[in-house]
Design a binder for this molecule. Structure first.
Ligand SMILES: Nc1nc2c(c(=O)[nH]1)N[C@H]1C(S)=C(S)[C@@H](COP(=O)(O)O)O[C@H]1N2
Ligand SMILES: [Mo]
Length: 434
């Protein structure tokens, strides 16, 4: 039993949002919340799976230059290696992850609005179970907001936080997913009941004049003192769908790349392009990366069982291979498919007598910070279309596209397709440090 003072506190909520009469929208109710949940359930599941796949694509078990997550332990080390094909694998995965994340924003906001009175529930805790449940909702809502906000800030290149995006977004995803699984397990039956309480089809035919509140529910989502409706349920749901479609339409072009890029008005990157055949999206220009003009003195420092130093002319004299591949960035944009020509990584491995199971550490001319190095797995090195590209779309690489040479590997995240390559080290066992 609660002491008397506690019962008094419980029975007299502070004024404002803590009182049930404060919340008067006639649209709030279990059915409305459940409809939004139905959209979020597969959406969030797909976000988690594509996020995990993206993490695996970084090859968390390959070091160095790829994954930088400290103490990832069981959260990361069980992930399988990432294949070097089909070439569109990372393109599609990351396009879905980023575009879907944007599309879900209006749905998440509507869902949070629909349960907002619960945030001000009074008393704050009725029992220990109730307290634990509310704490788990804090992780659920906090986790969802954290993942969406950090995700959007990251694709907008707005790094206004004291932590690394990559680690925080990954750990945050696990915290959120744990709370999400618990939430779904407890609420699924209520969602199903709520969905059965009304017919979506009939609701979509109901105008404002016939919009009435749902039946009072045990969760107190339905207002005890509803105001007259100012928008119908179909109007409110239509607004959410319109918002989601607008975000889709204004951002999906950056994931598709090529000509579609110009439709992506929400894409943060301007059109940092080359001319003519090299007229496709550049992430970081040579100037931004601090790469000055590269002259005839450039040599590729190739290391394996033996070492070789190769000029660009010598590389061009080796057998050339052409592959049509997209470059797809973790931030969801893509170059679209381009035609790359250069030397197979496998041929370079053979040139310095590297064994077939060696991984490859790639370094660039870039100094300090940035994405100037990467490690590729043995499978990625051996892929027939994995290249040290010297030319693109029939012309020499431009400085912005990575002249004198850049790595291009099918299905590899853009960040590992190192530009301005200076040194390549084939290392015996995957994961060993050079
Ligand atoms: N040396 C170097 N290589 C790099 C980068 C970089 O900053 N420096 N950016 C990477 C990233 S994050 C991506 S998505 C691709 C983009 O290639 P693009 O700029 O040619 O479009 O290049 C990768 N290669
Ligand atoms: Mo990237």
């Amino acid at each position: 039993m609660l002491p008397r003072w506690a019962r008094q506190v419980a029975e007299s909520p502070p004024p404002g949002p803590f009182r049930a009469g404060f919340w008067r929208s006639p649209l709030r109710g279990p059915w409305f919340t459940a409809v939004l949940s139905v959209a979020l359930l597969p959406g969030i599941t797909l976000m988690f799976l594509t996020g995990l796949a993206s993490y695996a694509a970084y090859n968390p078990n390959l070091a160095p230059g790829n994954d930088t997550t400290p103490d990832k332990g069981l959260l990361g080390s069980w992930l399988p290696g990432w294949p070097a094909g089909p070439s569109w694998l990372y393109w599609v995965n990351q396009g879905v992850h980023v575009t879907l994340g944007l599309v879900l924003i209006p749905i998440v906001l509507a869902k949070l609005w629909s349960v907002l009175p619960k945030l001000f529930e009074w008393p704050p805790a009725r029992s220990l179970t109730h307290l634990v449940e509310r704490a788990s909702l804090l992780l659920l809502v906090g986790g969802a907001v954290f993942e969406l906000v950090t995700g959007v800030m990251n694709i907008q290149y707005y790094y206004a936080w004291p932590f690394g995006f990559y680690q925080a977004h990954y750990y945050g995803a696990w915290v959120f997913m744990a709370a999400f699984v618990v939430h779904v397990a407890f609420r699924l039956p209520r969602m199903v009941t709520a969905l059965r309480s009304r017919s979506l089809r009939r609701e979509l035919r109901t105008p404002l004049s016939a919009t009435t509140p749902e039946q009072p529910d045990p969760d107190h989502l339905v207002s005890p003192d509803p105001a007259p409706a100012t928008i119908s349920r179909r109007g409110a749901l239509g607004m959410v769908v319109a918002g989601a479609l607008a975000l889709l339409g204004l951002s999906v072009g950056q994931s598709i790349g090529g000509a579609a890029r110009s439709t992506a008005l929400l894409a943060p990157r301007g059109q940092d392009l080359g001319d003519g055949p090299t007229d496709f999206q550049v992430n970081k220009t040579a100037t931004e990366a601090g790469i000055g003009p590269v002259g005839d003195g450039w040599r590729l420092d190739l290391r394996g069982a033996a070492s070789r130093s190769l000029s660009r002319a010598q590389l061009l004299a080796l057998p050339q291979h052409t592959a049509r591949l997209p470059i797809a960035c973790v931030e969801g944009w893509s170059t679209g498919v381009q035609t790359w020509t250069g030397v197979r990584l496998a041929d370079l491995a053979a040139l310095v007598g590297a064994a077939p199971d060696t991984s490859l550490f790639v370094e660039s001319l870039q100094r300090g910070g940035g994405f100037g190095s990467a490690t590729l797995s043995a499978g990625q090195v051996r892929a027939p279309d994995a290249l040290l590209a010297l030319r693109v779309n029939g012309v020499d690489l431009t400085a912005d596209h990575g002249f004198p040479a850049r790595v291009v590997v099918p299905a590899l995240p853009g960040v590992h397709n190192t530009k301005w390559v200076s040194r390549m080290t084939f290392q015996p066992a995957a994961g060993s440090q050079p």
